[in-house]
Write a protein that binds this ligand. Structure first.
Ligand code: IMP
Ligand code: MG
Length: 179
């Protein structure tokens, strides 16, 4: 029987490059939200490393919450119907929200999640993503804050996984399949 094994391939973004860009994102967010309450909503699971680095650089009265959302279907293809696996447990009416994503790919997740959240009447909703693959969009979607635009390659590290592996890497690399 042939077994294929996943391994970490070519480096795409070093730890230093990521940290510098997170700092720049935080500066922009601090200009836009210098004070007052800001609810950072991390979209699990991939966001958890990014959220922890980002919020430690923010200056407003930050509250951190998480949601988990998944597309129906499996694997690496987004199918266009989202399922809320873990919802917020707070009332967001009148609150300023900043959604934090690891990566925007097809755009399906956020373009469907945002209208659901807006029905709950927050004061505002903005999106901050560390990564974006613009060439993969199925629906038009642009984040308010984007760290890096990257080509269409499947990547892991800094919270992003492949079959739940590699989330702990401090850098971002392409995945290789070893036959
Ligand atoms: P979409 O924008 O709805 O297609 O969903 C983006 C989600 O797909 C992200 O939050 C990730 O969980 C996942 N994803 C997309 N591209 C990658 C990748 O290159 N590596 C790991 N996860 C990815
Ligand atoms: Mg994600």
């Amino acid at each position: 029987m042939r077994m294929s094994k996943l391994k970490v391939g070519r480096m795409m973004l070093t730890e230093e490059e990521i940290q510098q860009q997170v700092e720049k994102l935080a500066e922009q967010i601090n200009q836009d939200y210098p004070e007052g309450e800001l609810i950072v909503v991390g979209i699990l699971k991939g966001c958890f490393v990014f959220v922890s680095d980002l919020v430690r650089r923010l200056k407003a009265d930050i509250k951190v919450h998480f949601m988990q959302v998944s597309s129906y279907g499996d694997g690496t293809v987004s199918t266009g119907n989202i399922q809320i696996k873990k919802d917020l447990d707070i009332d967001i009416a009148g609150k300023h929200l900043l959604l934090a994503e690891d990566i925007i790919d097809s755009g399906n997740t956020l373009s469907q999640l945002i209208p659901i959240l807006k029905e709950r009447k927050p004061a505002s909703v903005k999106v901050c993503t560390l990564l974006s693959k613009p060439s993969r969009r199925q629906v038009e979607f642009e984040a308010d804050y984007t760290g890096f635009e990257i080509p269409d390659e499947f990547i892991v590290g800094y919270g992003l996984d492949c079959g739940e592996s590699f989330r702990q890497l401090p850098y971002i690399a392409v995945v290789d399949i070893e036959e």
